[in-house]
Ligand binder design. Structure first.
Ligand SMILES: *[C@@H]1O[C@H](CO)[C@@H](O)[C@H](O)[C@H]1NC(C)=O
Ligand SMILES: *[C@@H]1O[C@H](CO)[C@@H](O)[C@H](O)[C@H]1NC(C)=O
Ligand SMILES: *[C@@H]1O[C@H](CO)[C@@H](O)[C@H](O)[C@H]1NC(C)=O
Length: 273
């Protein structure tokens, strides 16, 4: 990521922009000492830089002051930080560690424990996020393949009645082919998509097939949206639509297969007609 000259100049001049800092914060005059944290928000050309004192062998934290939205974080460990494995978390308003990614689009690193490793900024997976504080600790470890795989799953919940609290759930791996459930004789009225917190992108969509050959897409409606693919967006269930007497009405459908992929596009308004 690139800064505009304006921000670079401002950062160079002041070391940090605004914000009351922790007592361990020191002037960021040096490029090579301390733990340098940069929070970025390119769209409004705003950057914030903090330099935290320490040797990397104990937990240190810095408050953003007034919590603000940022798009990315860069962790830069100075020459005098002996623990090069040190990782940092960006914490949101509820203290939750924010998920970030960096590296090639087809195979990014995804984590909440951000390292330096000379690889540049981590971009927040779900877009701009409010950051309240940054915590760096030698306890923070790189994500395990198991944890990553679990968080990359998409859970597809089917219900016979809206709001039913015992849905029939199919876990879907977005990298895999179509998944086929075992109980294919049941009929369902709604589908809800639950995207794991490490799934990239969070806007991933799923399709549901009603026939054995997995060619017929089930259509659904959520609010104003009518589509043959379904997203999470924290907006709950989609009602299935069936064609009856020349009209699309809420109804039940068999579920023979499910497919979730970053390649599936949302229909535009025209396609909804
Ligand atoms: C690293 O450098 C920073 C900035 O000069 C300084 O405040 C800090 O005490 C140094 N840390 C160690 C462990 O030497
Ligand atoms: C991010 O940190 C690295 C040090 O790992 C540094 O080389 C790079 O210039 C920093 N990038 C930004 C945009 O601050
Ligand atoms: C981050 O580090 C903490 C503390 O070691 C660990 O519990 C957690 O599993 C790590 N990764 C993620 C993705 O939470």
């Amino acid at each position: 990521m690139q800064y505009s000259t304006v921000i670079l100049a401002a950062l160079a001049a002041s070391g940090s922009l605004g914000a009351p800092l922790d007592s361990r914060q020191v002037e960021a005059g040096s490029q090579t000492n301390g733990i340098r944290i940069t929070l970025e928000d390119q769209s409004v050309e705003l950057g914030r830089q903090f330099t935290i004192n320490g040797d990397g062998n104990a937990e240190v934290r810095v408050a953003v002051g007034e919590p603000e939205k940022f798009a990315a974080i860069n962790v830069s460990l100075g020459d005098n930080i002996s623990n090069k494995e040190l990782r940092c978390q960006a914490r949101g308003l509820d203290d939750q560690p924010i998920v970030g990614k960096r590296g090639p689009d087809d195979k990014p690193n995804i984590d909440v424990n951000f390292s330096d490793a000379g690889k540049g900024p981590w971009t927040f997976l779900t877009g701009k996020q409010v950051v309240k504080e940054v915590v760096c600790s030698p306890e923070f470890k790189k994500i395990t393949p198991e944890k990553l795989a679990e968080g990359q799953q998409v859970l597809v919940h089917f219900r016979k009645e809206k709001g039913d609290n015992q849905p029939f759930t199919i876990p879907v791996n977005p990298a895999a082919e179509k998944s086929t459930p075992s109980n294919t004789n049941e009929q369902y009225k709604t589908v809800e998509i639950e995207v794991g917190k490490f799934t990239d992108p969070q806007s991933i969509r799923c399709q549901v097939f009603s026939d054995r050959r997995l060619t017929r897409l089930v259509r659904g409606q959520r609010g104003e949206n009518i589509d043959t693919s379904f997203a999470d967006g924290d907006k709950g269930e989609w009602d299935f639509l069936v064609h009856r007497n020349g009209q699309w009405v809420s109804g039940q459908s068999k579920v023979r297969g499910v497919f979730c992929s970053r390649q599936i596009q949302q229909k535009n308004a025209a396609g909804n007609a």
